[in-house]
Design a protein around this ligand. Sequence first.
Ligand code: 4AD
Ligand code: MG
Length: 469
Amino acid sequence: MVKKYSIKELLDEGITVVNKKVLVKGWIRSFRSSIFIVLNDGSTIKNLQVVLSQELKKKNHKKITIGTSIQVIGTVTESIGKKQCIELHASDINVYGFVDSSVLQQSILQPKKHSFKKLREQAHLRFRTNIFSCIMRIRHHIAFCIHQYFHEHGFFYVHTPIITTSNCEGSGKMFQITTMDLKKNPVDYTKDFFQCKTYLSVSGQLEAETAIFGLGKVYTFGPVFRAENSNTSRHLSEFWMIEPEIAFYDLEENINLAEDFLKFIIKYILDKNMEDLSFLNEHFKKYKKNETEHLLERLNIVLKSPFKRISYTEAVKILIKEEKKQNMKFFHPIVWGMDLQSEHEQYLVNKYFKIPVVVFDYPSSIKAFYMRINNDGKTVRAMDLLFPDIGEIIGGSQREERYEILLQRIKDTNTDKNKLWWYLDTRRFGSVPHSGFGLGFDRLVQFITGMNNIRDVIPFPRTPNHAEF
Ligand code: 4AD
Ligand code: MG
């Protein structure tokens, strides 16, 4: 029996498998001189060079093109080429599927430079490109090490519902779900599937909070949905969020956790994904020539610097002072009480501190109802963690654990308390101080891979006007 290898396994074995007869399967990346096939199977960014025997060359392999899927049996030999240390001398080839030559011309499989926009339009084919397969492998490893981090730190993974009746964040629109015939006017939602109006969840936080009262430390990792009309390079309508929630944690412990967690992930990827990261690093060196720092440098800066921590009030003071000092004007004038805009966040991170920044104690008027109110009565124990280029990557807070105050905040923010009776109940059955945060998974993948647009780090992006595939 001939042993079956993935290309990664085979290349990892290197010269120790020379002279061995092996079987590999994959897709053709290039075919030169009717002899040399470059084969990739997705297991690694690297390709395997396959050399056809004279006999195989004579056989009719004319229909073989880029993209054709094949099985090869052959003998491993040491390679004289510089690119790889081994190659495969084929003795037998089987074709699984040819490529329709009439579609190949317009497809992104054609080996030339395609724009990211074009790759997105053929999202079903872009897994086969070097750059997108790199990003997808890194995305996988980030997800994997997130579970590892929490598991090793005593957190339990809880699955919170995707279908919900409440809006955790209060602000922004939700996608409604129904099985009703909406042409009937007026629609009676008591006759709907759940006998009430339901939506796709914007966050699993409220349900995760109930879990800490029995499990102590939990986290969620799932898709969330937001129907905001935000057409930016950092917004998706469907994205993935990780939300840890911890009993007996105050805001400072929460920020410490967020910093340690992010550094763990970046270190893990630098340790385990260097092949893919190096490919992206070289790619950007070529195409983002005007950038001063390259991908690996940027990751290392974040890894090595202690994150800067400042209050919202201090941040506002710095921004006002800088406007005067640098003689410039922000598009959105700075006033205490406003939500910081992307230009302000970017100024603090990219220009002023040049490292990640945590801004805490925001005005209560711009934050959600569940955040713990400070003694000044004006600010809440919120924190936003800002990253270079990305801006807000994490949003979190210490939660309001005092029943009466929470109830008042729910009223003040016009939140429907009847839908949150179960959430309020947690504050009546042995309430405790607790905290948590939400990490935007796709924004983190964007930062680690250095991609400009969040739509290029998720397989099938959902954004306003776009739900194809
Ligand atoms: O700041 P947000 O809205 O916080 C929450 O949802 C809280 N319930 C989290 C918590 O305390 N458990 O969202 C958290 C993060 C943001 O910092 C951002 O990284 C990401 O989710 N995010 C988005 N990512 C992609 N597309 C969007 N439209 C996003 N909106 C938020
Ligand atoms: Mg936020």
